[in-house]
Design a binder for this molecule. Structure first.
Ligand SMILES: Nc1ncnc2c1ncn2[C@@H]1O[C@H](COP(=O)(O)OP(=O)(O)O)[C@@H](O)[C@H]1O
Ligand SMILES: [Mg+2]
Length: 182
């Protein structure tokens, strides 16, 4: 079973390929509704209605390096298997939003996995792409905006190794404080 963090990596990689400059990742844990909601939105190329229809077809990919696209269909399947839902909206020239709802306590819900590692790979690998990461649980809320981080870094690049360990600490500390489930 694929970890939720790997699903996130997959969906965000679609956004990167669509040349997004800003990608928002939101994770909401709602135990009172037994829901875990993951929302990823981007300002990339977007898709036409026709492209969108093909995107959730498991046998379609616009990539030439692999014949079968699986990112979106697999996320949809895994979310629905836990009594959740899947939604994707896209508009050419505007961007794309993917929302996957999981049953928080469902036995088949994938674990979060290495969320911090996943975020670090994304945030620190490209200078041009910005991220807003939001995590909400009943214990609190954490938000990280790489545009703000980059301002405080001034002349240091976010891709430099020392920034990675600094961000790792921030993410680990803050997520631990509001973590309620695995
Ligand atoms: N955020 C996005 N913006 C634009 N196009 C997208 C986006 N997400 C998915 N797509 C399109 O849908 C296709 C299927 O995506 P996916 O299921 O992740 O498979 P894969 O990434 O392997 O092609 C992609 O190849 C791409 O053409
Ligand atoms: Mg993909």
């Amino acid at each position: 079973m694929k970890d939720l963090s790997l699903h996130i990596l997959d969906i965000v990689q679609n956004s990167i390929r669509a040349r997004s400059s800003l990608i928002e990742i939101e994770i909401e844990e709602k135990p009172e509704q037994n829901r875990l909601v993951i929302t990823i939105s981007d300002n990339g190329s977007g898709m036409t209605p026709e492209q969108l229809k093909r995107a959730i077809d498991p046998f379609y990919t616009s990539r030439s390096t692999r014949k079968v696209g699986l990112g979106l269909p697999l996320l949809k399947q895994n979310a629905e298997m836990t009594g959740g839902s899947f939604r994707i909206e896209s508009e050419t020239g505007k961007g794309t939003t993917v929302e996957a709802v999981f049953g928080l306590n469902h036995i088949d819900r994938p674990v979060m996995g290495d969320l911090v590692g996943t975020l670090l790979i994304l945030i620190c690998s490209q200078e041009e792409t910005n991220y807003v990461f939001k995590h909400q649980t009943p214990s609190g809320e954490f938000e990280l905006d790489t545009r703000v981080i980059k301002q405080t870094l001034e002349n240091v690049k976010i891709t430099q190794p020392e920034v990675r360990s600094f961000l790792k600490e921030i993410l680990q500390e803050n997520l631990e404080q509001i973590q309620i489930s695995e």
